[in-house]
Design a protein around this ligand. Structure first.
Ligand code: HEM
Length: 519
């Protein structure tokens, strides 16, 4: 018996040694043999401690509020200080470690092109470490899966975002935004002209995405979305050790709470799907809702061929993915836009003139065709996504060993962290006005004159390009048109310019602006 326990103990110790030390060290050697440099890891934390220390030092030295800092859009070293530091030391491609997970950092578009182009792109999936970590939010939704499963879901989901389907969502977007504007107007009339626009814009975007994704009523909506937001806070505002083996055991209560919230949300969404299905059985497909869930259910029903239908569980995961992938990103694009327009009021005038020209005073005729005529607003969106990209990075994982050219092999399991903020602020790619707000750079090309076609990636790249980008563009133009027609915006003296990486790129202290009604 005693020798059995000793054997068990030895096996357990060996397993730990191999997870914590032997496997990561072997990967490190293989990566180094490619000539990649990088900071020395310390297993089992990898480079996490150094990243935290650099962030702490940087944030204590960057909370200045002078207008020059506000007008300074050179934000890479503020939001990702550890990468900015390592980039100076090791170049635009290097290796770092999150716990025992190797990450290839890439801020070099030509290198990116070489390793993801052609046949190689099939060998890249999504990092399993993030898949695990974000399971309560996205489950097996489109953003987290790969291979044939991803291809099947993408094929079913893409048509839901067609212009015809999106046009059916315009009235929901106008309705939510109008009620936000009414609230702002009331506050401004009562003498409260300073408003933290971020808070409202996020709530509005969440309401829009909840309605356009799963068409929930005000009351149901409130519950689902409070739970979704609580789960996001639970997962992303706490101190975490992503990539460190067994790290969930370090904060068991938080992991349990996130799991529990995930279950409650699933339950609510499943009951919505069930009642939709029952309605359809009772009244036929004519009751199909004009939201993403309704469109997916209808597609499922039409699909009588060989194609596998999405199960209720898969539909729940896709709804959650739309909510998390869609509301904060769009809201941040709008929030940063209001901040930049407040800073550069001449662009408010340019956009207002364009709105008057396109709509001729009639905002009732909103649809994708007329919105596409707001070209200058499109340049502003592109420039905002360049300077303050709501999705600051894109990630991949090598599903198998990947050979690049004759010499380089990227070992199976290596993750890739593509630094979109670094590329969008790279003087070598954009020229010496890289950190200036110049929407007109997008007048001639959708790439804004970037010297490399993979240097501007606000919506990702390749087959995994953001599936919701048309929805974002529509919502962005509708909300901005309605807002600019009602108010002019100035930056409040209480605004602190402190953009921060928190899965997305957010303002640390909200965006208080001074609003004045347009006469
Ligand atoms: C400004 C707004 C948005 C930005 C900046 C943005 C950014 C991105 C990026 C960078 C990716 C690529 C991720 C990757 O390659 O790993 C992506 C994918 C995705 N986005 Fe968005 N997104 C936005 C809005 C939306 C909206 C409104 C929705 C849905 C309602 C959405 C749903 C998705 C989904 C499902 C994917 C996964 C696509 C796939 O892997 O096939 N996004 N988004």
């Amino acid at each position: 018996m005693e020798s059995f326990v000793t054997l068990l103990f030895l096996l357990f110790s060996l397993a730990l040694l191999s997870v914590f030390w032997l496997l990561p060290s072997a990967s490190l050697r293989r990566l180094k043999s490619n000539g990649f440099l990088g900071p020395s890891p310390n297993f089992p934390f990898g480079n996490l401690m150094e990243m935290r220390q650099t962030s702490k030092t940087s944030s204590s030295s960057t909370t200045t509020t002078t207008t020059t800092t506000i007008g300074n859009h050179d934000i890479h070293s503020v939001v990702l200080p550890y990468f900015a530091r390592w980039k100076k030391l090791y170049g635009k491609v290097f290796v770092y470690w999150l716990g025992t997970e190797p990450f290839l950092y890439v801020a070099e578009p030509e290198f990116l092109k070489q390793i993801v182009s052609g046949v190689l792109s099939k060998s890249w999936g999504k990092p399993s470490v993030f898949r695990q970590d974000r399971r309560p939010m996205f489950g097996n939704g489109l953003v987290m899966v790969d291979g044939d499963y991803w291809q099947h879901h993408r094929h079913i989901i893409t048509p839901a975002f067609s212009p015809a389907n999106l046009n059916g969502m315009v009235s929901l977007m106008v309705e939510s935004t109008t009620s936000m504007i009414d609230e702002w107007s009331k506050r401004v009339r009562s003498g409260e002209s300073e408003i933290d626009v971020e808070k409202y814009i996020i709530r509005n975007a969440a309401e829009i995405i909840a309605k356009t994704s799963f068409g929930i009523s005000e009351d149901e909506g409130k519950i689902v979305f409070e739970k979704l937001q609580a789960m996001q806070t639970m997962l992303f505002k706490s101190q975490r050790f992503v990539g460190v083996p067994f790290s969930k055991l370090l904060s068991p209560m938080k992991s349990y709470e996130a799991w529990k919230l995930g279950k409650e949300i699933d339950h609510l969404l499943l009951s919505i799907i069930k009642s939709r299905k029952e309605n359809e059985l009772a009244y036929g497909t004519s009751t199909t809702h004009q939201d993403l869930l309704g469109i997916l259910l209808a597609r499922n029903q039409e699909n009588t061929g060989r194609e596998r239908k999405l199960t209720a569980r898969e539909l729940v995961d896709e709804c959650k993915t739309f909510f998390f992938g869609g509301h904060e990103t769009t809201a941040l694009a709008l929030t940063w836009t209001l901040f930049l327009l407040a800073l550069y009021p001449q662009w408010q005038d340019i956009l207002r003139d364009e709105i008057i020209e396109v709509f001729n005073g009639d905002h009732h005729s909103l649809d994708s065709t007329i919105l596409s005529k707001l070209t200058k607003m499109g340049w502003v969106l592109n420039e905002v996504l360049r300077l303050y990209s709501p999705a600051p990075n894109v990630t991949r994982q090598a599903i198998k060993d990947i050979k690049v050219g004759n010499k380089m092999v990227i070992p199976k399991g290596t993750n890739m962290w593509i630094d979109v903020v670094a590329m969008h602020h790279d003087e070598e790619l954009w020229g010496d006005d890289v950190n200036e707000f110049r929407p007109e750079r997008f007048k001639e090309s959708n790439n804004g004159g970037c010297k490399h076609r993979m240097g501007y990636l606000p919506f990702g790249f390749g087959g995994r390009l953001c599936v919701g980008r048309n929805l974002t563009m529509m919502e962005y133009k509708i909300v901005l048109t309605l807002l600019l027609s009602k108010f002019s915006f100035k930056v409040s003296p209480s605004y602190l310019h402190c953009p921060r990486y928190m899965l997305s790129l957010r303002p640390s202290h909200g965006v208080p602006l001074i609003l004045e009604p347009i006469q």
